[in-house]
Design a protein around this ligand. Structure first.
Ligand SMILES: Nc1nc2c(c(=O)[nH]1)N[C@H]1C(S)=C(S)[C@@H](COP(=O)(O)OP(=O)(O)OC[C@H]3O[C@@H](n4cnc5c(=O)[nH]c(N)nc54)[C@H](O)[C@@H]3O)O[C@H]1N2
Ligand SMILES: Nc1nc2c(c(=O)[nH]1)N[C@H]1C(S)=C(S)[C@@H](COP(=O)(O)OP(=O)(O)OC[C@H]3O[C@@H](n4cnc5c(=O)[nH]c(N)nc54)[C@H](O)[C@@H]3O)O[C@H]1N2
Ligand SMILES: [Mo]
Length: 760
């Protein structure tokens, strides 16, 4: 474990301005939505009222920069649609806005507990399910709540094919034998890029990620711009010409979904070039000859036909990537593909054979034994690669046994089957914490899931706002506080990576009777396990102190970290030489062979091809030529927007002014043929469903590609069914269970569709 340092600053924790306004320094997680980045805030409070929020220049990584969502904090904080009190509603009135009734917290907990004991008795503990969306603060508590407090194993995340980070993390674990990997942005050094140990990468390969919009998983995306200013060049693999693609040396604008073909062809060209790092391969890699033989099948000329990227560009990019140091930023588009493990395997193999791993400015390996991947029972790589599988299956683990070695939760797609069939056990108690499922979190066929959950015995939710999922499904709702109203810690995948470890300080009185997710966790724990005297369950401060000490090499308590606001830690380079990657302390990597497995013994053991391969997108014009005429476009979905975090922020006026409706990006030539103009409402339709979005005519997509927003609902449509959530539901066009062989990766980014003007 690495030592945590205080980030020193002259800016006081609380400052009083001449007009009596108080300015507090604190970090931010969620709500409002964010991925555990820990942005530094200066919070201006006058006469107890939140006036404005600015970026804090003393935050060592964000340096005062802040997203537009945080800048609109006062609109969010005081919004009239915020949930203020616990409320209940009779089960027969699910869907009815006029049937909610205010209750006390005690009454709410009494109802939850009586349902908990009743249903657990009737159906067994696994009938209790805890559903959580992406990594907001609530998700830090999902596994504890489900596994320890409720004693169930049914922790659910409804992304088809577990297509958010899990495929990437599985490949990191199985191929690289590493915890979470990320580009080296000098995040742990006090002097950042000026630290003498650091070197700016020559190239960054950005693959299916838009970090300037997404700041994903604890990564501060704008560090990309800092690095470009210091000379780093970009190579971007993306079917859309986004900001970084337009500033790249090479923009490889591939046909959506053909990523594995492109990755294998770059690998082919790297090996052919003979410029890779032979010494590193000899010392640290396993299975190079097998990989070389496999890559030889995928020539740049072949890939040009498949992907639409020229063979010359593929070779040129391969030459760039053999330079040291070069780094990688790989994102969601690689997960959202049934071919996901193979894409990640091939791309990581390029960095491995070029020796661009864990040296300054290259791809930073994660610290093993730390952070989300290794702390909870739900973490990736839960079962050591040499251990046996879990003997008692949870939903989907029988059909996809590899899941047991990947993550200890239900396989998402199979969970719908479980809801419908009651096998391997019925799920009758549903807790929704931080997921507006039917708008965003359920990624395929949300109406089918909605119908399945509607018939379950008890559903309750915790959220900040009323939303269509709660309106449609819940019998009880608990109001949650924003990050300014409670204490907490900012931790996330970042904990495997050098960087920050920050405190959330309560600076505002609670609005209404809101509580934090952590307070709710502790309240339920006290009621269900009153005799447990572990200090972590005694109080918020006790819980957070145990957490600080468990994750950082320090003897400080939470109040001390709160005084610091920001903590910083380094993780050494060349951890594989230092014996820091493996439990036995020997040099090497955390795989069965102790080496980077270019030939993956884990994939082989799980019944998958041990070498990467290409699978043509399942419903493309090549796979389904008979559909080509009716569905001329390739649909990709979900590229992030700065004005929302998934389905959040649709009710914030300033953000809605920037982006009013769900949009569909369509190329000018294609739009002209269909008589579509910017701001026209259009229908998008395919064999699985139909949605209505607003067109944005733009050359950033090619003529046969359209790109749709996800996560839309219309809070202003108070009288419409579930705030018109089905109107722009792009997820209705995504097929159920079209997933990879091991249960990972689904089709989000390469589906057939047609587009036409709406006349209604
Ligand atoms: N503002 C904001 N930030 C967010 C979120 C949010 O909703 N709003 N969501 C958070 C979550 S949960 C996640 S997982 C992260 C995701 O964040 P990222 O990993 O950065 O993913 P996206 O922003 O979806 O960017 C994906 C990029 O992939 C491209 N793309 C589309 N199809 C393909 C394809 O077939 N191949 C390739 N190579 N590229 C393709 C898109 O054009 C887009 O530029 O963002 C997080 N951050
Ligand atoms: N078509 C398509 N669909 C996608 C994607 C895509 O790329 N394309 N991306 C998918 C991905 S990667 C993901 S991770 C999912 C995410 O999907 P989800 O994480 O389920 O996101 P939301 O549906 O916005 O639900 C979030 C809810 O949590 C509430 N909330 C926010 N912060 C907190 C908090 O701290 N505590 C509590 N209790 N509640 C909070 C918000 O108010 C909101 O109602 O969406 C997926 N959906
Ligand atoms: Mo995600």
């Amino acid at each position: 474990m690495s030592k945590l340092y205080e980030v020193k600053t002259d800016i006081p924790a609380v400052e009083e301005l001449s007009d009596g306004t108080k300015v507090y320094r604190t970090a931010q997680w969620s709500p409002p939505g964010c991925h555990g980045l820990g942005c530094g805030l200066r919070v201006f409070v006058k006469d107890g009222r939140l006036i404005k929020v600015e970026g804090d220049p003393s935050q060592p990584i964000t340096n005062g920069r802040l997203c537009v969502r945080c800048l609109t904090y006062p609109e969010y904080f005081y919004h009239e649609d915020r949930l203020l009190y616990p409320m209940k509603r009779a089960r027969e009135f699910r869907g009815r806005a006029d049937k909610w009734e205010r209750i006390t917290w005690d009454e709410a907990y009494d109802i939850i507990l009586s349902k908990y004991y009743e249903l657990r008795e009737k159906f067994g503990p696994d009938t209790i399910s805890v559903w959580t969306g992406t990594g907001r603060e609530a998700s830090a508590y999902q596994f504890q709540l489900c596994n320890q407090v409720f004693e169930s194993r049914t922790a659910i995340h409804a992304n088809g094919g577990w297509s958010c980070i899990i495929p990437r993390q599985t490949a990191m674990d199985w191929v690289l034998g590493s915890a979470y990997v990320e580009y080296d942005g000098a995040f742990g050094f006090e002097d950042r890029y000026d630290d003498p140990r650091y070197e700016i990468p020559k190239y960054m390969l950005i693959w299916g990620r838009d970090v300037l919009k997404s700041n994903p998983d604890g990564l501060f995306g704008h560090s990309l711009v800092d690095m470009m200013k210091r000379g780093m060049k970009l190579i971007v693999v993306d079917p859309r010409a986004n900001w970084s693609a337009m500033r790249a040396e090479y923009h490889l604008q591939l046909r959506p979904g053909t990523d594995a073909a492109l990755a294998l062809a770059i690998l082919n060209a790297v090996i052919q070039s003979d410029e890779y790092d032979r010494e590193f391969v000899d010392l640290w890699c396993y299975g190079f000859d097998e990989l070389k033989a496999r890559a030889a099948e995928y020539t740049p000329e072949w890939a040009e036909e498949v992907t639409g990227v020229s063979a010359d560009d593929i070779r040129a990019v391969a030459r760039c990537l053999t330079e040291k140091p070069s780094t990688l930023s790989m994102g969601l588009a690689t997960d959202q593909n049934p071919n996901c493990l193979q894409i990640c395997h091939a791309v990581y193999a390029i960095f491995a054979i070029c020796g661009n791993l864990d040296i300054p400015g290259a791809l930073k390996l994660g610290q093993t034994g730390r952070g989300v991947g290794n702390t909870g029972r739900g973490g990736v790589g839960r079962i050591d690669q040499t251990e046996e599988k879990n003997p008692v299956p949870i939903a989907g683990h029988e059909q996809y046994p590899a899941m047991d070695f990947i993550i200890n939760t239900t396989q998402p797609d199979c969970t719908l089957d479980t809801l419908l069939t009651g096998s391997p056990y019925p799920i009758e108690f549903v807790m929704l914490q931080s997921t507006n499922l039917i708008a965003s979190g359920i990624t395929q066929q949300p109406k089918r899931w909605y119908e399945a959950i509607r018939h379950k015995d008890f559903v309750f939710a915790t959220d900040i706002f009323m939303n269509p999922t709660i309106q449609g499904l819940a019998d009880l709702v608990l109001p949650v506080s924003t990050a300014l109203e409670h204490e907490g810690l900012v931790t996330f995948h970042g904990c495997n990576q050098p960087g920050q470890f920050n405190a959330l300080t309560k600076v505002m009185d609670n609005v209404g009777e809101t509580k934090s997710d952590l307070e709710i966790l502790l309240d339920l724990q006290h009621r269900i396990h009153p005799d447990n005297d572990d200090p972590r369950w005694k109080s918020v401060e006790g819980y957070l102190t145990v957490k600080v000490q468990g994750q950082a090499d320090v003897d400080i308590d939470f109040p001390t970290l709160k005084k610091w606001v920001y903590g910083r830690y380094e993780i050494p380079y060349r951890q594989y030489e230092l014996g820091l990657m493996r439990a036995d302390g020997n040099p090497g990597f955390k795989t069965a062979t102790g080496r980077i497995e270019l030939y993956s013994t884990m994939m082989q053991r799980m019944g998958e091809d041990p070498l990467p391969y290409y699978e043509e997108p399942r419903f493309s014009k090549i796979s389904r030529p008979e559909w080509a005429e009716e569905y001329p476009f390739i649909l990709t979905t979900g590229a992030r927007r700065e004005t929302s975090f998934h389905s959040e922020h649709r009710m914030i006026p300033t953000l809605r002014e920037i982006r009013k409706y769900a949009t569909l990006e369509i190329n000018p030539q294609a739009a002209e043929k269909l008589n579509i103009k910017t701001d026209d409402w259009v229908y998008i339709e395919n064999p699985w469903g139909k949605a209505k979005l607003v067109a944005r005519v733009t050359p950033i997509v090619k003529e046969d590609v359209v790109a749709a927003d996800h996560g839309w609902w219309y809070p202003e449509d108070k009288d419409a069914e579930l705030y018109s959530v089905w109107k722009s539901s792009i997820n209705s066009l995504m097929p159920h269970k079209e997933i990879g062989k091991l249960g990972l990766g689904a089709l989000y980014k390469s589906l057939p569709c047609k587009v036409y003007r709406s006349n209604d």
